[in-house]
Design a protein around this ligand. Sequence first.
Ligand code: F6P
Length: 351
Amino acid sequence: MLNIPYDETNVPDISTLTAPSYDNIDANTVAPVKRIGVLTSGGDAPGMNATIRAVVRAGINSGMEVYGVTRGFHGLWKGEISQIGMRDVSETLQRGGTFLMTARSKTFTTDVGVLRGAKMMEVYGLDALVVSGGDGSFKGARALARLGVPVIGIPGTIDNDIGCTDYTIGYDTSMNTAMEAIDKLRDTASSHERCSVIEVMGRSAGYIALNVGIATGAEVILIPEVPFDFDKDVLRVILDGRNKGKRHYIVIVAEGAGDATDIATRIEKQTGIESRPTILGHLQRGGSPTLRDRTTASLMGVHAIDCLLNKKYNRIIVEKEGKITDIDLEEGLAMQKTIPSIEIENAKRLS
Ligand code: F6P
């Protein structure tokens, strides 16, 4: 780690620093990682406990000491850090949420906060930090990396919106939770011949809405990535459906694309079809992780430890074409993800 003295009055501008590349460093000259920290940050996601467990178990089995940092980066700069043993992660694989807890730390978006975090790594003698979270969490990890702290990111967010990986831990569980809820809403929409407008999570990404919409046979799917015309893309589709004999309707809206209550009110007013809004909200972030999330979290955790053992630092663990691999942190953070238009077209053809 760079030896930058901690001094709140003289903080370096971290955004101008670049994370050191370890690609060309002779692994034999770098001291092996002995003691690591692990934290979960940002919105929680089912499977985060499985990630922590994998990092702890694979880390200890490889001769490392593992320390848990509570409340994400907030706990890091505050020094809320304690050792985790093998038995501490028993019975956590199947549990939703994150037992380390999580937070969105405002302080950690400042140079002072990051410097304090890096200092705490030194105080606790931690050689590297494993961070499970989304894009924002990886930016926090990058800020630490730019100060010379070796980091590894593991994608954990229900939104599946991290550019460098095909899959993020929590996505499958949240979609299954939403699907089960929407199936139930369809039952009652059908009995009452109503339109059910369901808002799912996704402030800036429509992956949950699109796939859950396909899985539940939604008439209309609204996502933030695709601007829509209310008359043509919502009203027309519902009225055409009614003309073809449909008697109930499912409209899925990602939270970043519109407001379920507002949409339901407009549909009822303009078509005369009784409409009810439901906001699934944080329900989608809880629950026991599915097999997909448990296995991906476990294998990504093991891969993170492999990176550290091989002195491959500042990496994001990713899933690419079904394989768990890793990518440079800066490079990975610069990548964008877009929903292929064919997927949107296919969803429309199923309506
Ligand atoms: O985890 C990502 C996400 O689920 C977004 O889709 C959503 O907008 C956001 O978290 C809400 O999180 P919170 O209410 O915890 O701030």
